[in-house]
Design a protein around this ligand. Structure first.
Ligand code: ADP
Ligand code: DP6
Ligand code: CO
Length: 324
């Protein structure tokens, strides 16, 4: 008795970044992190186990996946099969309503949706903490996409305790993000490879986990105080500390592109003129502006002088995982 199951997961953007693994196989991070789940960016994934298949058939955005991305999904399905003790294969059909591999966290929504759909299709009924731990095995940032609003991924020590917890699922103050889509192409260095290279070679990396843990505590206080300026300052500083570790890696690399710096300058210029807005960036050139809905029209007007209007995507806080 096999049934197709479809799940939807939204992406999340970290205000305090996960950067570096303590255990690469289990995806246990070196530091805890905290994110905001976003409404307009999400992945829908359908999984159906089928006795006639001799291998998993994986489609992302209509394309049959035969290389790396397909292998990552197959490895994840193996984990699910192993847990339920079944050996049949599955159809996976996934649609990203977010650019893939562009630093807008497609791996977060992608593996959170896959965890929810595959586990249920396989006959497992997992609660949200268990789903979060399972999603973690696909992509670290997916750990947090099980929940909506502000979410903390508590790094833990092992497979049983490294999981996300909702910090504030229903946000009652004015905060959102504007994603500036500078470059929708897949990044040259995947998050996974980038952070591994940094952990292995940057002499600055050892400073990161301790600094991020401090930032996380300050961020939680700032959220509880509903202090948008403090949230923005902390997020911006934390993101730049993360990016400093890529320049200090061997060989050095950066996710910045010329337009990234342009976007940063616009945000700084707005701020000098009294508009409250802050930037953050993940492993990719695209900039996310943290701001209030109230200030958004002013910020959009400034950004439109340099970027196409359809490359400026306003994102409100979004919900956790759901089944369709
Ligand atoms: P991003 O910034 O988009 O998260 P990453 O380098 O972290 O970029 O991850 C991109 C990878 O995530 C893709 O190459 C693919 O392996 C995986 N991925 C993206 N979307 C999906 C999806 N819908 N289902 C399964 N895997 C996905
Ligand atoms: C910079 O979760 O994409 O976006 O665990 O290897 O799949 P893997 O990496 P991923 O890394 C995200 C890094 C980040 C920061 C963050 O989202 O916390
Ligand atoms: Co990712």
């Amino acid at each position: 008795m096999n049934k197709a199951v479809t799940a939807r997961a939204h992406t999340n953007i970290a205000l305090i970044k996960y950067w570096g693994k303590a255990n690469a196989e289990l995806i246990i991070p070196q530091n805890s992190s905290l994110s905001l789940t976003l409404e307009p960016f999400y992945t829908d994934t359908t999984v159906e186990f089928a006795p006639e298949l001799t291998q998993d058939q994986i489609k992302i955005d209509g394309q049959l996946q035969t290389t790396m991305a397909g292998q990552r999904v197959r490895t994840f399905l193996d984990l699910v099969r192993q847990r339920v003790g079944r050996d049949d294969f599955a159809y996976v059909n996934s649609t990203n309503h977010v650019p893939t591999a562009a630093g807008l966290a497609s791996s977060a929504s992608g593996f959170a949706a896959l965890a929810a759909a595959a586990s249920k299709a396989a006959g497992l009924m997992l609660d949200r903490p268990a789903l979060s731990r399972l999603a973690r095995r696909g992509s670290g940032s997916a750990t947090r996409s099980i929940y909506g609003g502000f979410v903390e991924w508590q790094k833990g020590h092992n497979d049983a305790d490294s999981q996300a917890v909702p910090f504030q699922e229903h946000i009652d103050f004015d905060i959102q993000m504007i994603a500036i889509l500078l470059d929708p192409r897949p990044k040259k260095i995947a998050s996974r490879a980038g952070m591994a290279q940094v952990v292995a070679t940057s002499p600055y990396y050892p400073a990161w986990p301790a600094s991020a843990e401090k930032d996380l505590q300050a961020m939680k206080t700032a959220i509880l105080k509903k202090d948008l300026n403090l949230i923005g300052q902390l997020a911006e500083a934390n993101a730049m500390k993360m990016h400093a570790t890529t320049l200090s890696a061997t060989p050095p690399f950066t996710y910045f592109e010329p337009e990234t710096l342009q976007a940063i300058e616009i945000v700084q210029g707005l701020r000098n003129n009294g508009v409250s807005c802050y930037y953050t960036m993940d492993a990719g050139p695209n900039v996310k502006v943290i701001c209030s809905a109230q200030a958004t029209p002013t910020i959009l007007a400034a950004l439109r002088q340099h970027f196409a209007a359809d490359h400026l995507l306003v994102a409100q806080p979004g919900p956790g995982i759901s089944y369709l």
